[in-house]
Design a protein around this ligand. Structure first.
Ligand code: DQA
Length: 164
C-alpha cells in the first residue's frame, strides 16, 4: 500500500525518494551566492530530509559532477522503483544521455521532478532550453531551495494519486 502523505503509520516503511544534484551543486553556498543563495549542500540535504519526513518519504540527497554517475542513478531508480527529484544543473541544457536515462524513469511510471534553484528562463540564452523538461513529470524553477520542497510534495501527491 502507498503512503498517505504525513499520515503514514510507524509500521509502514516510508517511500524512498532520491534527490539528485548535478555538477557544481556541491559548491552551493560558495558558488554565485547572489544567484544560488548562501546555504550549502549539507543544509539542502537536511532540509530535504525534514520535508520528506513530513510527507512520509525517506529522502536521500546525492550530488555528482560526473554525468555517467548521474545516469547510473537513473538506471538504479528504474530497477528499484524509486521516484526522483533532480536538479540536473548544467546537464539540463545539453545531456541527451541524461535525458534518455530520465525518460526511462518516467516511462517506468515513476515521478521525476526537475528542479532549478534559479529561474533559467530569466538568465543567459543557453539556459533557456532544457533537454530534461520534455521527459520530466514536471519542472519547478526559480524558488530557491523551497523548489525542492515543492518537488517532494509533488512526488507525494503523484504517489497518492497512483495509489487511488
Ligand atoms: C541550475 C541552473 C543551471 O542553468 C545551472 O547550470 C546550474 C544550476 C539551477 O539550479 O538554477 O548549475 O540548475
Amino acid at each position: 500500500m502507498m503512503n498517505e502523505g504525513s499520515h503514514y503509520s510507524q509500521s509502514q516503511k516510508p517511500t524512498k525518494v532520491v534527490v539528485v544534484n548535478g555538477p557544481n551543486l556541491g559548491r552551493l553556498g560558495v558558488r554565485e551566492p547572489d544567484v544560488y543563495g548562501h546555504q550549502d549542500l549539507a543544509t539542502l540535504r537536511l532540509d530535504c530530509q525534514d520535508w520528506g519526513r513530513e510527507l512520509g518519504l525517506q529522502v536521500e540527497v546525492r550530488q555528482s559532477d560526473d554525468e555517467g554517475e548521474v545516469i547510473s542513478w537513473m538506471h538504479e531508480a528504474v530497477d528499484q522503483g524509486t521516484p526522483i527529484v533532480m536538479n540536473p544543473a548544467a546537464f539540463t541544457h545539453y545531456s541527451y544521455g541524461l535525458a534518455d536515462a530520465a525518460a526511462q524513469v518516467t516511462s517506468a511510471g515513476l515521478p521525476l521532478l526537475e528542479v532549478h534553484i534559479s529561474n533559467p528562463a530569466s538568465r543567459e540564452a543557453f539556459r533557456r532550453h532544457s533537454v530534461i523538461s520534455p521527459v520530466a513529470t514536471g519542472t519547478i524553477t526559480g524558488m530557491g531551495f523551497y523548489g525542492y520542497k515543492l518537488a517532494l510534495e509533488s512526488v507525494a501527491h503523484t504517489l497518492r494519486e497512483s495509489a487511488d
